[in-house]
Design a protein around this ligand. Structure first.
Ligand code: PMP
Length: 350
């Protein structure tokens, strides 16, 4: 540790779900999409001219911004892509959050706290309701910067567009960041509100609904002033953050709307029947609006269930954290994978 700065020593880095190499698991632990990327993405990769990698990529990612803007009906000056939404979330700290308290809720994506520590931003915690729903009233008129994951992770619960708008409108002098990593699986995006609320920033990812976790591409949508803030940070850190291949493949994915809607609908259909099956087995959980289920069972500890599933070749996510240590987060896979999950659970449960 002697070479590390005090800052580096003080950090508590994010621990991602495991990506095992030693054995083939049914992987239901990191909310990846079980389907391959669009055939257009695969074709775009085949068509890639490797010789062009000699050149730096366009630093402001214009074509991709235009393409995303077209998809969502906003000007390209309101769009900013990056290497995964994690990178955008990180930029938001020096761009908007440093120097003031940041509101997050107690059960949410744990990377927010990691960045808060890295950038010495003090967090103010709003506890979720008993049933893990988001207490909208608590956010009204706070006059604080805030991040809300919608749908929330790992709970899968959602706020309506009307509720988001109330929160955004009642905190006009602060940045309200809505992390929509999972929005395509059941919610209504707040992107249309960005035309009316300068303080609203939406962050989305291609990792989940567009089957491209390995590509590392996310994007922000917000008012040009907020986008300018992100650009200032990016260009103070790494001006060529997105590589030539990722830019091209991301564009191909966004352009294939039909495949995107198809895959999302398949995941939603699987989620519906697997939810019913899990309830028949005694699991308790709120309806999920994401590509995962956040479940608990009255007759078996979540940690034990996690280990038993692992031994049987099925990986799910267990968080040993207050309020949720008796829950498992299970990613919705293919029908076949979920059938195997249900069969194993029938064997394991008392
Ligand atoms: N936000 C939430 C709520 C997430 O669960 C994730 C995935 N771990 C991310 C953002 C980051 O996704 P990515 O960096 O792959 O875009």
């Amino acid at each position: 540790m002697k070479y590390l700065s005090d800052l580096a020593k003080s950090l508590q880095p994010y621990v991602p779900g495991e990506q095992p190499k030693e054995k083939t698991y049914i992987k239901l632990n990191t909310n990846e999409n079980p389907y391959p990327p669009s055939p257009r993405v695969i074709q775009a990769l085949r068509d890639t001219d490797a010789a062009a990698l000699r050149l730096y990529p366009p630093p402001e990612s214009d074509e991709l911004r235009e393409c995303i803007g077209k998809f969502y009906g906003v000007d390209k000056s309101m769009v900013y892509p990056a290497n995964g939404s994690d990178e955008l979330l990180a930029w938001c700290f020096p761009a908007f959050f440093v120097g003031a308290p940041l509101v997050i809720n107690d059960i949410t994506y744990s990377f927010y706290q990691v960045y808060a520590k890295l950038f010495s931003v003090q967090t103010q915690i709003v506890p979720l309701n008993e049933d893990f729903s988001i207490p909208v009233e608590a956010y009204l008129g706070m006059d604080k910067n805030m991040i809300i994951a919608n749908p929330n992770a790992p709970t899968g619960q959602i706020l309506s567009l009307i509720e988001i708008e109330r929160i955004v409108r009642s905190n006009p002098d602060r940045v309200v960041l809505i992390d929509e990593a999972y929005i395509d699986f059941g919610g209504e995006s707040a992107i249309p509100l960005t035309a009316r609320y300068e303080n609203l920033l939406i962050v989305q990812t291609l990792s989940k609904s567009r089957c491209l976790a390995g590509l590392r591409c996310g994007f922000a949508v917000g008012s040009p002033v907020l986008i300018e803030g992100l650009a200032r940070i990016k260009n103070s850190f790494n001006s060529y953050t997105m590589d030539t291949i990722a830019l091209k493949l991301a564009k191909a994915a966004i352009e294939d709307k039909e495949y995107f809607l198809d895959t999302v609908n398949k995941v939603k259909a699987t989620r519906a029947w697997v939810s019913a099956e899990l309830r028949k087995l005694g699991f308790r959980f709120a309806d999920s609006y994401a590509n995962f289920l956040f479940v608990t069972h009255p007759n078996m500890e979540a940690s034990v269930l996690f280990e038993q599933l692992r031994r049987q070749g099925i990986l799910v996510r267990y968080f040993n954290l207050p309020r949720i240590q008796n829950h498992l987060r299970i990613t919705v896979g293919t029908d076949e994978e979920m059938k195997q999950l249900i069969n194993k659970l029938k064997e394991i449960l008392p």
